[in-house]
Write a new protein. Structure first.
Length: 273
């Protein structure tokens, strides 16, 4: 059944979970550009369907499906034929570890991660929806804590895994040098010649190898890095115009367009959340 009405978003930070960012939204036409987060991105579709690509793999998800996206994993998303309504949380690695240690009563060794980015778990998706609704409704602290703590612990118990760091090839090392250069100089106007020299690859080879390694082009990665830095400044209360200039965007309109394409909300709404 098609979703009716206008697109809607509600974004907030939940103090009960160390300021964890939360989003509930209905999108009919909005398309997310390729982007990544410093945090986990965990969510579920409530109605309709979303078509997304994560780490180069494309899938269509609907009610009962969960998104389990690790930090720094590139992904996008756009509505299926009828749009979709979904809920998301963005817990940091530190928060996730804290929850797991609280639940198990023992130190957590290693870094939590998920080996599958989509999966169908109707029971767990329903538990997530209930826990998310408790946070959104600003209900009693104990009830909300139990719901989200229980969900995250069960989620990791069923579907969690340990991160395995792959051995880098010569080409992989080259594109990681280029990536690190972009991270260190994100506010500068970096050209392809400059970046190719850093990597020690030809321009065409760099673009091809960078996309193979990170599932995103160098320019799209740079834009996403700028948006991620902008999120940090906006959380600190910076005005959008100053944030745009500081992060290397040509102007505020350019900044707003790219920010919403990667977060689903405007810089002003994100700052107010």
């Amino acid at each position: 059944m098609p979703l009716k009405g206008a697109e809607q978003t509600r974004f907030w930070r939940d103090a009960r979970f160390n300021g964890m960012e939360c989003l509930s939204a209905t999108f009919i036409t909005h398309e997310f550009a390729p982007h990544a987060h410093d945090t986990f991105s965990i969510g579920a579709i409530e109605a309709g369907s979303q078509i997304s690509t994560i780490k180069g793999e494309r899938s269509q998800t609907g009610p009962g499906d969960l998104y389990l996206i690790n930090p720094d994993e590139t992904h996008d998303g756009h509505p299926g034929s009828d749009g979709y309504r979904y809920r998301m949380i963005y817990p940091s690695v530190e928060l996730f570890v804290e929850v797991l240690e609280d639940v198990t009563g023992r130190p957590f060794r290693g870094t939590p991660s998920f080996s599958r980015q989509w999966l169908t778990d109707i029971e767990l998706a329903a538990a997530f929806r209930r826990a998310h609704q408790l946070l959104e409704g600003r209900t009693g602290a104990l009830e909300a804590d139990e719901g989200m703590f229980g969900f995250l612990a069960t989620l990791f118990e069923r579907h969690g895994s340990a991160i395995i760091v792959p051995v880098r090839t010569r080409e992989s090392s080259a594109v990681h040098r280029a990536r690190d250069y972009l991270l260190e100089n994100y506010s500068s106007d970096i050209g392809l010649d400059e970046l190719a020299k850093v990597a020690g690859l030809s321009r065409a080879h760099l673009i091809r190898a960078f996309r193979k390694e990170f599932h995103i082009t160098p320019h799209a990665f740079l834009t996403d890095k700028r948006v991620r830095e902008a999120r940090t400044l906006l959380r600190q209360g910076w005005p959008p115009a100053d944030t745009a200039y500081h992060c290397g965007f040509a102007d505020q309109a350019h900044f707003t367009r790219h920010f919403k394409a990667r977060t689903g909300v405007t810089p002003g709404a994100f700052r107010a959340g």
